[in-house]
Write a protein of this length. Sequence first.
Length: 105
Amino acid sequence: MIDNKNNPDPLQLDLPQDVAQGEYANFAIITHSSSDFVIDFARVLPGVPKAQVKSRVLLAPEHAKRLLIALQDNVGRYERTFGPISLPDHAPRDIAPFDLGKGQA
């Protein structure tokens, strides 16, 4: 349940069993238009030339910005508790967890 102090009626969420276990993703591709942001979450495995998209999330620009702020807040709290998250020495826009080689998606 989400308790928003500005809203006297807390939002209740239903989490179906098939969704509750989640999907592991170690790669994300983000695209946008003037009206939507699209985030494709995929699982990339070493030696496998093709990544499979496991989930696609579409967001309005306002919600994309709220997600960005929430992620920044949560990463900050995580790092204050557990220490800095280190990233490998990849190019600034390289978000893959390892060298992808020449695979196709």
